[in-house]
Design a protein around this ligand. Structure first.
Ligand code: HEC
Ligand SMILES: [Cu+2]
Length: 319
């Protein structure tokens, strides 16, 4: 019986691998939190052993009344002074980390707005705001300052491998800095229950070389290249998708859903949950609520055949 409990342990540990593992940190901020965690864990283990050791020792030994004053001193120093100093030090250490990771400065500024159930992402540049969604790209070895807000309910912004998490609160701005030190796709998620599709509210957090990042951002700032009379865009316009979605460079300027200007340049579809493929795109449009329950986008089950193909081809061309 007891043996079978040990057998289930690897199952829990299996959850520790992968890109959402904050113990395999890839960012300066996550590193500091990880350091604090190990000191707490190992420190607690050592203190536990000492306390249990002392208890066993006291239990085994005959009490000698002449040691009464020594015992009292031991209780004052070991039971009051030592814990107070230790907990006080940990508090100061934790506050210093908190101050640093919520600093007001960064090499670049990214505003992220939590929506049900996706992310509006805005890069602040010297030429103005660059709006995108559901994917965050960062240059390696640079500090990004995140200005976080929420549109409707409380969300929480978390990229486990890089740092965080930080609540996103309606009517208020919270801040967080992330300094990635390794390139890769580290993945992020909403860490505060926010309703039906909460578990499907994710994003890719892609750390790139400096030059690649600059090129990506410059491309994101461009409007989409849509030919006049594009048959797929015609379907998009006729179905009224532009009431909710923006495609810069076209008449579509809806503010409700994610910006689609460079949709196909994202690695994932639907806020970090599906591969960006034509098949998934078609299902996203026709079986929307099977793909992601509860979302504020209506399904278009009547779209099919050549019309659907043209729309999907158009969306997949938005890179
Ligand atoms: C009533 C507003 C509304 C309409 C109309 C609408 N959408 Fe959406 N759309 C949304 C919202 C909201 C989301 C985000 C859903 C989520 O992930 O929680 C979304 C998400 C998407 C996404 C995924 C974006 C991403 O970043 O992965 C695509 C693609 C999309 N819509 C295409 C369309 C197309 C094509 C049409 C027209 C056939 C359409 N939408 C009509 C509101 C709308
Ligand atoms: Cu959530």
């Amino acid at each position: 019986m007891r043996f079978s409990i040990y057998l289930t342990l690897p199952l829990f540990l299996a959850g520790c691998s992968g890109r959402h593992n904050w113990l395999a940190s890839a960012g300066a901020e996550a590193d500091r939190v990880e350091g604090l965690f190990w000191v707490l864990l190992i420190g607690a283990a050592v203190i536990w052993c000492l306390v249990i050791g002392a208890a066993v020792y006291a239990h085994r030994r005959q009490v000698d009344p002449s040691l009464e004053t020594q015992a009292r001193r031991f209780i004052i120093w070991g039971g009051a002074v030592f814990p107070s100093v230790l907990v006080g030090t940990l508090l100061v250490w934790g506050l210093v980390i908190l101050r640093d990771i919520t600093a007001d400065e960064g090499d670049l500024t990214v505003r992220v707005d939590g929506e049900r159930w996706w992310w509006r992402v805005i890069y602040e540049t010297s030429e103005g705001d660059v709006v995108t969604a559901n994917e965050i790209r960062l240059p390696v070895d640079r500090t990004a300052l995140f200005r976080l807000t929420a549109d409707d309910v409380i969300h929480s912004f978390w990229v486990p491998a890089l740092g965080g998490k930080m609540d996103m609160i309606p009517g208020r701005e919270t801040r967080l800095t992330l300094t990635p030190v390794k390139t890769g796709n580290w993945g992020g998620l909403c860490a505060e229950y926010c309703g039906g599709a909460h578990a499907l509210m994710r994003f890719d957090a892609i750390v790139m070389e400096q030059a690649d990042f600059e090129a990506w951002l410059a491309h994101e700032a461009e409007p989409a290249q849509v030919a006049a009379g594009d048959p797929g865009y015609t379907v998009f316009a006729e179905e009224g998708c532009g009431a909710c979605h923006t495609i810069r460079g076209t008449e579509a300027a809806g503010p409700v859903g994610p910006d689609l200007t460079h949709l196909a340049a994202r690695e994932k579809l639907g806020a970090g949950i599906y591969e960006m493929t034509p098949g998934n795109m078609a299902r996203w449009i026709t079986e929307t609520h099977e793909m992601k329950p509860d979302i504020d986008m209506p399904p278009y089950p009547d779209l099919s055949g050549a019309r659907l193909d043209r729309l999907v081809a158009f969306l997949m061309s938005l890179d």
